[in-house]
Design a protein around this ligand. Sequence first.
Ligand SMILES: *Cc1c(COP(=O)(O)O)cnc(C)c1O
Length: 226
Amino acid sequence: MSLAESLASVDARIAEAVRASGRAPSEITRIVVTKFHPEHVISDLAALGVHDIGENRQQELTRKHDALGGLDVRWHFIGQAQTKKARAIRAAADVVHSVDRERIADALHRADPSGDPLDVFLQINLTDDPARGGVDPAGAAALAEHVLRECPSLTLRGVMAVAPLDEPPARAFERLASIAADVRSVAPEATAISAGMTGDFAEAIAHGATHLRIGSAITGPRPTHD
Ligand SMILES: *Cc1c(COP(=O)(O)O)cnc(C)c1O
């Protein structure tokens, strides 16, 4: 299948899931995750009308962003964020989906305190393993308050999560929806939910996802990497 065909096929499945959930297509942003793929895949996607690109490693994001600076796309950083990379992330990303502790929020803010506002999502850990990325659900509202109070150059958009492998995704996304409501109780504008990947985007849409992060279903299998 060509890139155009797989994009069209995924978009048709998204449209069907949106219709089945009684939601409006305008509520959904489809981010194409291009990690490990060469730069030309991103320009090919842009030529097909894709506006939102996701990358999960800072160095790769920076390299592609700098090489493709003229493209009219929004760059979403979806990977684990290290404080020492905050300046580089802020320089390349339009949106960061992986704010999971106060220190990374502070570092992103301090990287450019009076610059263009940076959209951020709070990454929520839906597993029982504290070593996985994401804030514990019980700490999500406090982290939201911290971002609102202490990080004025960040715009809190909502929550983000990856469904655990050992649980039906629908159940995980149901929990995420309730955590999203906790966050909205302190940050009413933070209405977005970044959830849903190749294997589970229909379930994510059914449970309120607004930002889908889809890679392999569109780009094909990821090339092997270092
Ligand atoms: C790679 C990745 C995706 C996309 O995964 P696919 O299964 O290829 O759709 C989404 N979210 C995050 C955080 C990722 O790292």
